[in-house]
Design a protein around this ligand. Structure first.
Ligand code: AMP
Ligand code: FE
Ligand code: FE
Ligand code: ZN
Length: 285
């Protein structure tokens, strides 16, 4: 599989703003040959994306799993991309459903905290906008934009809003459990933006080595949240640990400024991922 390969994007099935069908059309229009659909903690976008797949575009079905590492003196949230897994394998499907469900109570709690401080936003309205997709802070951010309290979604991630003050922790999947579940469903785990220190705390290199020993297959190097030095360091780690290196836009539609194919993955890396997977196949219309 060759051409322009972007393996990490979000639709309205989670916190993107393109429906899965729109995202497939935009991917083709942007000149992509291969697109990975990786909504947070859900496979709900897979069917509509397959349905709308334009001729010539290959779809790699995936998800971005909200994970947590419980270290000796701290715990760190991290994102594990899972590619080409069987979506009905019971153990993994149940864990994704649990995390998605817990995100609803968590979001409602954040709305309650905001309302207690006099911010007039409404949980039922936010839930309606999410339209059954995985709810995240970007949905609350959009409500803050609609209420005129901030002017962009990114602004709502400042520390006085959803970045810290009104942020409630997620219920994540313990990261070693996630690796077992993804592999158990025939999927291929790739660590998303592992060194993105600007997003928050990151895990030590030693943990990445332990993850590699426990079934991690790849690691994202080229991502907008990585500096050039961080990208280079990811490549060194990948070479030491024999991990596949990927790159992606992490496109979220209008919720972020990044465009499709802003970063891409090499064809040989995709071939290795496809060869390692046994859950579902890539789809080409
Ligand atoms: P959550 O998973 O609910 O904690 O929300 C995290 C999501 O918020 C990420 O997946 C991004 O889509 C989005 N996000 C995080 N930081 C920012 C930011 N500074 N600007 C816009 N979106 C952001
Ligand atoms: Fe997101
Ligand atoms: Fe992520
Ligand atoms: Zn993402």
């Amino acid at each position: 599989m060759g051409g322009v390969i972007d393996l990490h994007t979000h639709s309205t099935a989670s916190d993107g703003t393109d429906t899965p069908a729109e995202l497939m059309r935009h991917a083709a229009a942007a000149g992509l040959d291969v697109v990975g659909l990786t909504d947070h903690d859900t496979t709900a976008g897979w069917a509509p994306a397959v349905e709308a797949l334009p001729p010539g575009l290959t779809l790699i079905r995936g998800a971005e799993v909200s994970c947590r590492w419980f270290g000796p003196d701290r715990s760190v949230g991290l994102h594990m991309l899972a590619y080409l897994f069987d979506p009905v394998q019971p153990a993994f499907a149940a864990e994704l459903a649990r995390v998605k469900q817990a995100r609803e109570s968590r979001a409602e709690r954040m709305v309650t905290l905001l309302r207690e401080d006099g911010v007039d936003i409404d949980w039922e309205e936010i839930r309606a906008f999410a339209a059954g997709g995985t709810v995240g802070r970007p949905h609350i951010a959009q409500a803050l934009v609609r209420a005129g309290l901030v002017s962009t979604v990114s602004e709502a991630f400042a520390s006085q809003w959803l970045g810290a003050r009104y942020r409630v922790p997620k219920e994540d999947v313990e990261v070693f459990t996630a690796l077992k579940l993804i592999r158990g469903a025939g999927g291929v785990p790739v660590f998303a933006h592992p060194l993105a220190a600007r997003r928050g705390p990151i895990v030590p290199d030693e943990l990445i080595a332990e993850l590699a020993a426990a079934g991690l297959f790849g690691i994202e190097a080229d991502h907008e949240d990585h500096t050039p030095a961080e990208r280079a360091h990811v490549r060194e780690l990948a070479a030491d640990l024999d991990l596949v290196v990927t790159g992606s836009s992490d496109y979220h539609g209008a919720n972020k400024v990044v465009r499709l194919s802003a970063n891409t993955t090499a064809p040989e890396a995709l071939d290795r991922i496809v060869d390692a997977a046994s859950g579902v196949e890539p789809v080409k219309a």
